[in-house]
Design a protein around this ligand. Structure first.
Ligand code: UT7
Length: 323
């Protein structure tokens, strides 16, 4: 029997402060109607002054560990996806490691922007399958509010802050019916870096910089790349789209989510959407959405989930996971 990573628990955290579209419309030249019609976003959560990415991540991690019935000392790997780390170094993962009382094992960050959680999940899954760890915390955590140009209406209305986490554990299983991660599929194409990037960084400008995006171009690539990677994941497991119980997509834009569901001929009732209340939380968006549907009882033991995301780089990926 092959080693397989099974999900033992999940958790999430959103900062208390909610910013509505109307509040943004008072600051930049936009309207609630435009934002809702073009993106589906109604509001976003924004971290308080001094509240760091690691603070959000620790809350999410503690909740995931509580559901899994484990403590920090039981974890031997943290893979944390973020594009908005507390500091250039050390990694945000090591800050979380200390905060949850985990002294052994390894902790590091991965950077794949909005696809970050899928990349982190794939990394942890491969460590588990290689026998290099037994129990991993996979976290997506972001404070995108800190890298937004609050005078640029084309980007500042789209993003929010938050964190989500999942506990993976080594088990045994084979085939699509067994619990756990069936497969992960990652892609990147660095030729498109100018379409979605931050115009600062330690080596280039010695500043943090602001997010810049050619939205329409990113949109087109997102629809194509996500459709392809989703089909790749299904094919790799000999499954058809009707086998999926829940699509848990990256939450960037309701129109992208609906497009992906249409291509799969999936009933929209089987798609978990949180973009209206969370906006785009980058690496946190998939685990935040997953957590909502687990907590409200939609996702049940044994359900087959398809997770997918696309982000700057470009990077994109998908994973099939039997909950
Ligand atoms: O998570 C990483 C991946 N990111 C994404 O997936 C984002 C992908 N892109 C998108 O979701 C969409 O392209 C956006 C939501 C960013 C934009 O929607 P769009 O339908 O592609 O609009 P557009 O960029 O073509 O802009 C249409 C118009 C423009 O005006 P003109 O040139 O037609 O006069 C914009 O200036 O809307 C204008 N506009 C706005 N108007 C009011 C752009 N932003 C705003 C705004 N409020 N906030």
């Amino acid at each position: 029997m092959a080693i397989r990573s099974i999900a033992r628990g999940c958790g999430a955290y959103l900062p208390e402060r909610i910013v509505t579209n109307a509040e943004l419309a008072a600051k930049v030249d936009t309207t609630d109607e435009w934002i809702q019609a073009r993106t589906g976003i109604k509001q976003r959560h924004i971290a308080a002054d001094g509240q760091l990415t690691s603070d959000l991540a620790v809350h999410a991690a503690n909740r995931a560990m509580e559901m899994a019935g484990v403590e920090g000392k039981d974890i031997d790997l943290i893979v944390l996806a973020t594009a908005t780390p507390d500091h250039t170094f050390p990694s945000t993962a090591t800050t979380v490691q200390a905060a949850i009382g985990m002294s052994g094992g390894a902790a590091f960050d991965v950077q794949a922007v909005c696809s970050g959680f899928i990349f982190a999940l794939a990394t942890a899954d491969n460590f588990i399958k290689a026998g290099q760890c037994k129990r991993a915390l996979v976290i997506g955590a972001e404070t995108f509010s800190r890298i937004l140009d609050w005078e640029d209406r084309t980007t500042c209305v789209l993003f929010g802050d938050g964190a989500g986490a999942i506990v993976l554990e080594a088990s045994e299983g084979e085939g699509p019916d067994a619990q756990g991660i069936l497969s992960t599929h990652l892609h990147s194409d660095g030729r498109f870096k100018e379409m979605l990037y931050v115009d600062g960084g330690p080596s280039s400008t010695q500043t943090v910089g602001h997010l810049r995006m050619q939205g329409r171009e990113v949109f087109k690539h997102a629809v194509t790349n996500l459709s392809n990677v989703v089909l790749e994941a299904l094919e790799a497991n000999g499954l058809e789209a009707d086998a999926i119980d829940w699509l848990v997509p990256h939450q960037a834009n309701q129109r992208i989510i609906s497009g992906a569901a249409r291509k799969l001929k999936m009933d929209t009732a089987k798609v978990v959407t949180t973009v209206s209340s969370h906006a785009n939380t980058s690496a946190a968006s998939v685990p935040l959405a997953l957590n909502v549907a687990v907590q409200d009882g939609r996702i049940k033991f044994g359900d087959l989930l398809l997770l997918e995301a696309m982000g700057g780089g470009f990077t994109w990926g998908a994973s099939l996971l039997r909950w």
